[in-house]
Write a protein that binds this ligand. Structure first.
Ligand code: F6R
Length: 242
């Protein structure tokens, strides 16, 4: 695991954006695993900034997102499809037919079959990840199976509370989501994990300390992956006691 320490959130986002763009530079037809959430917003801002200064096409790139809320249609402002369009896809030359975000409103069986097939057919050169305050990756909550494939998960109370900031009340936060399983996440050739926010201190301690790999803190499975970059501020790293 390579730990990249930065001065601030903006620099963390720059590092992750550089990793994403150098993947596309090296593999013009790469499949990228993408993430949403507050931490990733700055990464996509940086990607767009960097693209405004260099010529790099996403014409042959394919993408697949980690997750989507069950019951939220693609055009809903809090859907992850909408997030991806607004933060990235609408501003680059990618063909949206090459971007996959599971549908929150189609038949669950069909969506899961389609999600699994897409992952099988498109091995990812890179997977971007954030981490939840409870250590989740994708929406693999504590106690998730470490080898799971794409599935529907129940969002736990902490995750619903953390994400309530995007909805008008906690009651509107969905109770379930489609998510890549941990088994899918770790199949990506390379993983770039951005850890942002003081509420992630416990996850930093569990991931970067000499603790066990545990289903109680799903991000600890990344200790097993041979090619992971973990990007966080020096301040967060020190606050976690390192
Ligand atoms: C998002 C995702 C989640 C988030 C995590 C952190 O697609 O899969 O695991 O990365 O919940 O979210 P933020 O960045 O909002 O703290």
């Amino acid at each position: 695991m390579r730990i990249i320490l930065t001065k601030n959130y903006e620099e963390s986002c720059e590092k992750v954006a550089q990793i994403l763009l150098s993947t596309v530079d090296m593999h013009k037809d790469a499949c990228l695993g993408l993430a949403t959430g507050g931490s990733m917003e700055g990464v996509y801002v940086e990607v767009l900034n960097m693209l405004s200064q260099r010529n790099l096409s996403f014409k042959n790139v394919k993408t697949v997102n980690l997750d989507e809320y069950v019951g939220i249609p693609p055009e809903h402002p809090q859907s992850y499809r909408h997030y991806m369009n607004v933060h990235l896809f609408d501003h680059i030359d990618i063909d949206k037919k090459n971007t996959y975000v599971p549908s929150g409103v189609c038949s669950p069986e069909e969506t899961l079959a389609e999600f699994k097939k897409y992952l099988f057919d498109h091995p990812r050169k890179l997977q971007l990840l954030g981490v939840g305050s409870n250590g989740h990756i994708g929406f693999n909550e504590p106690d998730s199976s470490l080898d799971a494939e794409a599935h529907i998960t129940n969002l736990n109370d902490q995750t619903r509370k953390d994400n309530a900031r995007y909805f008008s009340s906690i009651d509107e936060v969905p109770h379930q989501a489609f998510t890549m399983g941990i088994g899918d996440i770790i199949k990506a050739s390379k993983i770039a994990l951005l850890i942002h926010g003081r509420n992630k201190i416990k996850a930093v301690q569990e991931l970067l300390g000499h603790t066990r790999i545990s289903t109680q803190c799903p991000c600890t499975v990344l200790k097993l992956h041979p090619n992971v970059d973990v990007v966080l501020t020096e301040e967060l790293y020190r606050s976690a006691g390192f």
